[in-house]
Design a protein around this ligand. Sequence first.
Ligand SMILES: [Zn+2]
Length: 322
Amino acid sequence: MTATDLGDGIWRIVAPLPFAAPKSVNCYVFESDDGLTMLDCGVDSDAGLAALWAGLETIGGALTRLIGSHLHVDHIGAGRTIVEKTGAQWMMHETTAEDIPRYNDWSLRATELAEAASAHGASAEFITSLLNNWERPDWYGTAIAPTDPIADGDRVKLSPDRHLEVMYTPGHQRNHVCLVDSRTGLLFSGDHVLPRISPFVPYTGPEHDHLGDYLNSIERIVDLDATLTHPAHGVEIERGSERAHQIALHHRRRLEDMLDHLTNGPQTAWQVMESTFRPNLSFLQQRLAIQESLAHLEHLRRKGKVRLVGTPAAWQYERTGR
Ligand SMILES: [Zn+2]
């Protein structure tokens, strides 16, 4: 099946991804008065693009708008290729442009992350792997700045009486957006709310509280009372707001766990990671787990529950007793 008709002028194209998990991304297409509007497009690979073009041909009509939920390869890797080929408007959140250099040049992010991990107790082996494992595959494509930046509350007009409302939902990434269809009330949640896994929350330095942003954005989904929700990966979620509530609880439990691990004195973020996550993580899993741990610890620090002790080259987190 190249495109699935979801009714009410909405279609889903499933584009394959070159990873073990997730194996595919859901691209949603909305019929509109002036052509087709698509949310997300997958990676810039032959297999991915073939699935998209076949799906769009089944639906019929020209692609006039491409919206990216956030600047991750499995969502917008093919963005530039598609925009250049179709002339479609390219819409992403207005903060996206700032992150484009890091998307296009991995060494920037590798250096930042290596410095942070090293200051927070990571093993020398991990740091070496980090600096030597950033080969950038072709299917990443080259990201370009949106031609039409969007912001919270914007309405992408599909017809005189129908629009997609933009919800700015930072956390998983600071430029993440969800869409709500004004006609059906359906929520298109990108990676913000996923059916089985809790979306990854990154660490990009002590000036950002990505977990705090994520929990605030998740609260907005809880308040929305969303029922049927279409995520970027996996099957549809019957009760989107309930799922959002579950994910919030998962993070609250993890925050409590981390505080417990600090009961007997200060520890590095790397030690906290080792006691919070299961043992024998692969390098890739460690790369995610250290960021998740730092995102949680930094959130606790903002809340006044922990403080940093030590030096900028060797930090530890200590409970404040609050
Ligand atoms: Zn993502």
